[in-house]
Design a protein around this ligand. Sequence first.
Ligand code: SIN
Ligand code: MN
Length: 290
Amino acid sequence: MLLSPDQKAAFDRDGYLFFPGHFSGAEIALLNAEVPALYARREAYNVREKGRDAVRTNFAAHLYSAPFARLARHPRMVRPVQELLGEKLYMHQFKINGKMAFEGDVWQWHQDFGTWTNDDRMPEPRAMNIAVYLDDVNEFNGPLMFIPGSHKQGVLEAGHDLKTTSYPLWTIDNALITRLVERAGGKNGGIVAPQGPAGSMLVFHSCLVHASTSNLSPWNRVSVYLSLCAVSNHIRRFKRPEYIAHRDFTPIECLGDDCLLRQSPVELPWAQGMPASALQTSLEEIAVAA
Ligand code: SIN
Ligand code: MN
């Protein structure tokens, strides 16, 4: 067992777990060294902040960057989620969020499962995010904020916001957020923002309501998010491009715990570029074997 009974109880109650300093400085340095070159690419998988050049989010680096391909198979990231969901997992989404110094824009209040079910027709909230901080996260550089326990509310009403930022999101309105925060303790713990050094790891339920403010500080807040989904719960339609919502439901096989430092060999199917099919989208439901 990887997670203690207390950690499992805390996850069930709060909807998240925080592991400060889970990856070493040497491991994080190997990942960080790749980011500027990835962000410099003029590719569809780099979504830039509205009206700016700064990258908001880079998608699918695990398919074309060796250090991130290793992170996508890292047992310290994959195994806790596998234990919580009780099933083999596939990669639904992989992103490196910039939230760059002075430039990083807000992420409005939302549940990830809202987007995964509305857009991708993911059947159940049997998927979740596990994030690793590539920079120190403090109160100034736009830490992720959670409403503890909000995952217990199931799927909440959301509207498709295509305007606020450069990235469409199913967001929750202010009146409902006010009620949820009040219910979670108001000013006494109704919102939490886990802060810690680069290398800290965060796992959170796909129905946990979260957001982050803009980054007006001089410090980047780059974080990597693996969205891992139980294989049987794979998405049922390809409305979004493949670099955003993956279509390969093969179970992830973990590498060794030292894979980042050892530079374990990994396949990079998009090393020579993204296939044209990754841009094709459809509103048809895919056939699923009975
Ligand atoms: C997300 O909700 O997907 C990202 C939020 C953030 O990086 O602050
Ligand atoms: Mn989210």
